[in-house]
Design a protein around this ligand. Structure first.
Ligand SMILES: Nc1ncnc2c1ncn2[C@@H]1O[C@H](COP(=O)(O)OP(=O)(O)OP(=O)(O)O)[C@@H](O)[C@H]1O
Ligand SMILES: [Mg+2]
Length: 466
């Protein structure tokens, strides 16, 4: 072999280094000791770090991670697994939060993992994905930590749902439109062993009956005119979760077929003669009272019992009005970040109006009201009554004025039917929730600001189910 030309090698390394610095993705490579050996310019930009702070150092000494999260690089080094498009949030050596979307793979020589390579996506694409997630939570599935609520009823539904993450049993979620059924379904999926598998949602009322069968179970080539070999949603959701919304809209023949799949754990494509094994968790939803649906024979009883192994009833927002404030708080935060605003809260009158409304569209409606209001804000610090939709505020402003003028009137369903004590309780509760939310739920600090002892605040938290 010819003698190595060291000068040429250095030049070549410089060339590689330059190439790595030119590409528009972050590249980070660690050796089998977990120490960084390649760290390109784009990665420096993404992580706001200098090369000298990372090169030659153990990646776990330089970066820190949330308690239950690990470094995708170290994970790949240990397991040899390839991961794609994994979103990761961690902290650099100054404690600044970094979010990246990574492809990670091992370099294997002679059957040994020698290095792990991480490719972090272009920051502009990343920002796009993050904005998309905040807007529609499209690419990122919901998890339990994003479900907001403080009422006892709601917290106990969350507890039940969390218990359901340990198994693969079918789940039936019952709740009016906008109560968060999909949010719960996604959280159950994300919180369980299937989280790395697919999550597929299909509304059974949205598809013509004639297409539903092939959509769910797939078709074999020639099964009907133009039929090509196509997997159905069950096959696509294999290893994951299939959410079937408005399950009672499925026609009786398909209900029977679905029951068979649930019992046998196999499917057969239309026109096929062979069964295929599928491992899919079914989460079904209904937006009406199941007692009515069963009584009116809109669902097969045997299917209903099979699906409702775990039943979650999400109460409508009007039955848990104490959740309004924490939800508003989170939505204001969300749209502050999205619209680059600094809205602080709501006026007393807006709080009263929100409490009076009975929220037929539930949490979705509340979110739209806050988003709409924040679009109207110019430089005000709080959401004010004139930022609410016209019809909405006219109705409730009228009531507020009437109530102020005539607190003794006794019309049902309005504030006027409440005693002064009821009203003071609501006001007290709202104010306590506001102070708590503004102080990271620190009871000692909030009690101090409210001018009461820790014990009396704790008594009130219990009394109001906060
Ligand atoms: N407890 C909650 N915390 C935070 N956001 C919530 C909560 N409940 C609902 N949302 C928000 O409300 C919206 C509606 O939720 P979702 O789509 O899960 O409702 P749904 O019950 O499936 O409604 P539909 O029956 O109309 O399909 C979503 O944007 C979700 O982010
Ligand atoms: Mg839904």
């Amino acid at each position: 072999m010819s003698k190595i030309d060291v000068q040429a090698l250095i030049q070549r390394n410089e060339l590689y280094q330059q190439l790595l610095d030119e590409v528009n993705v972050g590249i980070h490579v660690i050796d089998d000791q977990g120490e960084t050996i390649i760290y390109n310019k784009k990665m420096m930009k993404i992580e706001s770090m200098e090369r000298k702070d990372v090169l030659g150092k153990d990646v776990m000494d330089v970066f820190s991670f949330h308690e239950n999260q690990h470094s995708t690089l170290v994970h790949t080094l240990k397991t040899g697994k390839v991961t794609k498009n994994v979103k990761q949030t961690y902290f650099n050596n100054r404690g600044e939060e970094i979010t990246t979307i990574n492809d990670t793979f091992p370099i294997i020589k002679d059957g040994q993992i020698k290095e792990a390579v991480e490719i972090a996506k272009d920051i502009t694409q990343l920002e796009y994905v993050i904005t998309e997630n905040v807007l529609k939570k499209k690419n990122d599935r919901f998890s339990f930590d994003q479900i907001v609520g403080s009422s006892m009823e709601f917290l106990s539904v969350i507890d039940e749902a969390k218990r359901a993450t340990r198994t693969s049993s079918s789940v039936l979620i019952i709740g009016e439109t906008g109560t968060g059924k999909e949010l719960f379904a996604q959280s159950i999926h994300s919180g369980g062993a299937r989280s790395s598998g697919p999550f597929i949602a299909q509304n059974c009322a949205a598809i013509p009956e004639s297409l539903m069968e092939s959509l769910l179970f797939g078709a074999k080539k020639g099964a009907f005119t133009d039929a090509i070999d196509s997997p159905g949603l069950f096959e696509q959701a294999d290893g994951g979760t299939l959410l079937l919304d408005e399950i009672n809209s499925l026609n009786p023949m398909l209900q029977a077929k679905l029951l068979r799949v649930l019992q046998e754990r196999t499917i057969r494509r239309i026109g096929d003669t062979k069964d295929k094994k599928v491992d899919v968790r079914i989460i079904a939803t209904m937006n009406e009272d199941p007692a009515d649906i069963v009584a009116e024979n809109r669902i097969r009883k045997d299917l209903y019992y099979r699906l409702s192994v775990v039943s979650l009833f999400i109460p409508p927002l009007r039955e848990r009005k104490e959740d309004i404030f924490p939800l508003v708080h989170i939505f204001i935060e969300k749209y502050n970040a999205l619209f680059n605003m600094q809205v602080q809260g709501l006026t007393e009158e807006v709080i009263t109006i929100l409490y009076e409304h009975d929220w037929p569209g539930n949490v979705r409606e509340l979110e739209h009201i806050i988003e709409g209001a924040m679009n109207l804000i110019i430089d005000e610090e709080s959401i004010q009554t004139h930022h609410l939709p016209v019809r909405f505020r006219k109705k409730y402003q009228k009531e507020i004025v009437e109530n102020r003028l005539d607190d003794s009137s006794n019309r049902e369903g309005t504030t006027a039917s409440k005693t002064l004590q009821d009203k003071m309780d609501i006001a007290e509760k709202v104010y306590i929730q506001q102070v708590l939310a503004e102080n990271d739920h620190n009871v000692t600090k909030s009690a101090k600001l409210l001018g009461m002892s820790r014990q009396s605040l704790q008594y009130r938290l219990k009394k109001y189910g906060i």
